[in-house]
Design a protein around this ligand. Structure first.
Ligand code: 6GU
Length: 365
């Protein structure tokens, strides 16, 4: 990942980018953080970069031309029109899904404003994304840019060691992390919860989930409304793909194997707070005999999406079949993904990210 930061205070970025985990990532080459001083591109002999606002009012406005020239220099180096983020309290508030999406780019340009902001006309020409890091006002965009660089870099290969990267993420499920404990077993007369000493992994997982929900209810009820339980149901030879998708979507997701006759017979009820993802291949078109896969699942306006691994020619047919079926059975069929081959691991992760984005859209409405 290469970050290109346009700023009037490059030393602020350089300092932070060369410290701690980011500093190590720069040294080992996983990330590059390159700063461009906008003042070096001033069109003015006094190197001025700001001026009074048209229409009057307090403060100064950064001129369009120096920002544009700095941007053009970076664009030239990258070789194409890059994803370009303007850090502003007027942007979309950064969240984990956005972070992971930005991490997919090779180059990111980050523009930091100062004073009252930047002349609107240059922003219109170069900015692809407006990002805020929260509902408060900072003196400039640099701290916002550093927050983004830090959060995004955690998803860049080679930045975190095995111990540092927790595969399972707090916030991935819109749930806060459960509480953590280490030795000693008793501290200030407080005992470590007994279940954690039991060695019973199933019970421990259940306890952790319960704690996460409790915590989120108490501390972040706004997040809880956006959380949903993931269920990945598969039919045909999709077991490994469904397992991987399930893990990419949720720490607590369930896997349902509809190749098993018993599951196909059983009634399954899903609620509004569930998400059903079905993964199928061309097997779904052959009549498997009674009962048919998924014919016994029922939803209550439960969002539903499908990942289909078939030949291009069969895709429409399979999609129509699933859509009609799930709509009839109480689901809100939202989207179909075509996965050309189960070997495409990156593609599955991309699908998982898109599903999360889609779920956010649903909750924004
Ligand atoms: Cl990214 N920049 C500035 N200047 N203020 C902010 C912000 C960013 N996010 C919240 N407030």
């Amino acid at each position: 990942m290469r970050y290109h930061v346009l700023t009037l205070f490059p030393e602020m970025i350089d300092q932070a980018a060369n410290t701690s985990i980011l500093g190590r990532a720069v040294k080992n080459g996983s990330i590059q953080v390159e700063t461009t001083n906008i003042r070096d591109y001033s069109a003015n002999k006094h190197m001025r970069v700001d001026d009074y606002p048209y229409g009057g009012g307090a403060g100064m406005v950064m001129e369009a031309e120096p920002v544009y020239r700095a941007y053009e220099a970076v664009k030239e180096k990258i070789g194409h029109k890059p994803r370009t983020i303007y850090l502003t309290p007027q942007g979309k508030v950064l969240n984990q899904t956005m972070v992971e999406e930005f991490a997919l780019d090779e180059d990111l340009v980050l523009i930091c404003g100062h004073y009252e902001g930047i002349d609107e006309r240059v922003l219109e020409e170069v900015v692809t994304d407006y990002v805020s890091i929260g509902d408060y006002v900072l003196t400039g965009g640099e701290l916002g840019a550093m927050v983004m660089i830090d959060a995004i870099s955690r998803f860049v290969p080679g930045v975190l060691s095995n111990e540092e990267s927790s595969q399972f993420e707090s916030l991935q499920d819109n749930l806060l992390e459960y509480p953590h404990y280490t030795r000693p077993e008793v501290w200030h007369e407080k005992r470590v919860p007994q279940v954690l000493l039991s060695g019973d992994h199933k019970r421990i997982e259940a306890w952790r989930y319960e704690q996460s929900v409790l915590r989120t209810t108490e501390r972040r009820p706004d997040l809880l409304r956006k959380s949903y339980r993931v269920h990945c149901a598969f039919y045909g030879g999709m077991e490994s793909g469904a397992g991987q998708l399930n893990e990419a979507l949720s720490r607590y997701g369930t896997l349902l194997d509809f190749n098993r006759k018993k599951l196909r017979k059983q009634r399954y009820h899903f609620e509004r707070q569930d998400l059903l993802v079905v993964m199928v291949d061309e097997e779904i078109l052959k009549n498997p005999g009674e009962p048919e896969a998924f014919s016994n699942v029922r939803g209550k306006k439960t969002p539903c999406m499908a990942v289909i691994t078939t030949q291009e020619e069969q895709l429409g047919q399979v999609e129509e079949k699933l859509k009609a079926m799930f709509d009839k059975q109480g689901f809100l069929y939202k989207k179909t993904y075509h996965l050309p081959s189960l070997e495409k691991v990156d593609k599955l992760n991309e699908i998982a990210l898109d599903i999360r984005r889609k779920m956010e859209e649903i909750h924004e409405k």
